[in-house]
Design a protein around this ligand. Structure first.
Ligand code: TXA
Ligand code: MG
Length: 315
């Protein structure tokens, strides 16, 4: 059992001795270790049961710290960092060699972000190294948005879970790469509209089942254990027995015995906050399948639909 608490000194000393700590961020909880220590990084892959070809995000205390770990980068990247950090945005930038190969799976670029969580920012500022942290879930499963989610799945493999309460955003960061144009590799907690306001046109990478540009773009990532069927709920509830189906709707009440409405008021922000908890709860319900619908393709709807599609194993 891992201890859950808010002792920053404890978290700091575990990390300084090469151990791992689960940390809160505004998006999801991370499984953190010293990003400059290959042994700590190797332990992250081991605890998560994550293939070493799937690189980790490097978490920094401030945007200024970027110059220590990244090579010179495009001006737009600096504009985005200034506009949105701390926040749910990961920038893929050429790394300096101080970042070990294992962090990036040998790729020349590393993902960097400054998370917007007060406790974790205090921790990062107290350390002399950045934190490599993937989401704190076993590989392929839904990301954790509470300390209890982390404890339930990785509790036996971890010493300490830093308790920062439930995550305010609820879906992982938006990942952006700088190619001919800025390219969104993973829609996430920062909306495309917000990005466009600062840098104009951005493209979204197509997902693929093989040879993905970003390994985390693999389909069937972020999946609950139960079969999830994505479609029009008014039809799905006539095709599947309602007594053995969990119904995940945006705002409509389908009167099912196993139902979660993501936001009664139709808020995409609230829906994102509740999404992963809802999938975990549904995984525990006595049902054979989860029926779900797509949300409007605006704001955080892109990220939510992306996670639902992956949970359904769709490309
Ligand atoms: O919100 C988040 O981003 C959370 C919190 C903890 O910060 N972290 C997170 O990490 O979602 P993770 O490891 O579950 O997903 C990170 C994804 C990887 O699967 C990969 O697709 C992409 O980021 N990524 C990271 N570094 C990369 C790199 N150097 N090149 C390409 N893709 C990279
Ligand atoms: Mg993850």
């Amino acid at each position: 059992m891992a201890e859950i608490g808010s002792d920053l000194q404890r978290a700091k000393s575990i990390l300084e001795s090469g151990g791992l700590v689960a940390i809160p961020t505004e998006t999801v909880y991370g499984l953190a270790g010293n990003a400059l220590n290959p042994e700590a990084v190797a332990r992250i892959f081991e605890v998560k049961n994550r293939p070493s070809f799937d690189p980790l995000i490097v978490h920094l205390p401030t945007a200024e710290a970027l110059s220590l770990y990244a090579q010179p980068y495009p001006k737009v990247a600096g504009q985005l960092a200034a506009a949105f950090w701390p926040g749910p945005l990961t920038l893929l930038l050429p790394r300096k060699s101080i970042i070990p190969d294992l962090v990036t799976s040998g790729l020349p670029e590393a993902g960097f972000r400054v998370p917007a969580h007060e406790l974790t920012l205090r921790l990062l500022k107290s350390l002399s190294f950045p934190l490599a942290a993937p989401s704190a879930n076993p590989f392929g499963y839904v990301s954790p948005t509470t300390p209890e989610h982390v404890e339930a799945q990785l509790g036996t493999k971890l010493d300490y879970i830093l308790d920062g309460g439930p995550c305010s955003v609820g879906v992982e960061s938006t990942i952006i790469a700088f190619r001919e144009k800025p390219l969104i590799l993973r829609p996430g907690g920062l909306s495309m509209e917000a990005l466009q306001q600062v840098i104009g046109a951005v493209e979204i990478a197509a997902r693929s089942t093989s040879n993905p540009i970003a390994p985390g773009l693999l389909t069937s990532h972020y999946a609950p254990r139960k079969k999830l069927i994505l479609g029009t709920l008014s039809e799905l509830v006539t095709q599947y027995p309602i007594s053995s189906s969990a119904i995940l709707s945006f705002r409509t009440d389908y009167q099912g015995p196993y139902q979660i409405i993501l936001s009664n008021t139709g808020s995409l922000v609230e829906a994102a906050q509740r999404l992963f908890s809802a999938l975990r709860i549904m995984d525990q319900m006595p049902v054979d399948q989860i029926l779900a619908e797509r949300l409007p393709m605006e704001g955080l709807g892109l990220a939510i639909n992306d996670r639902l599609q992956r949970a359904a194993g769709e490309g």
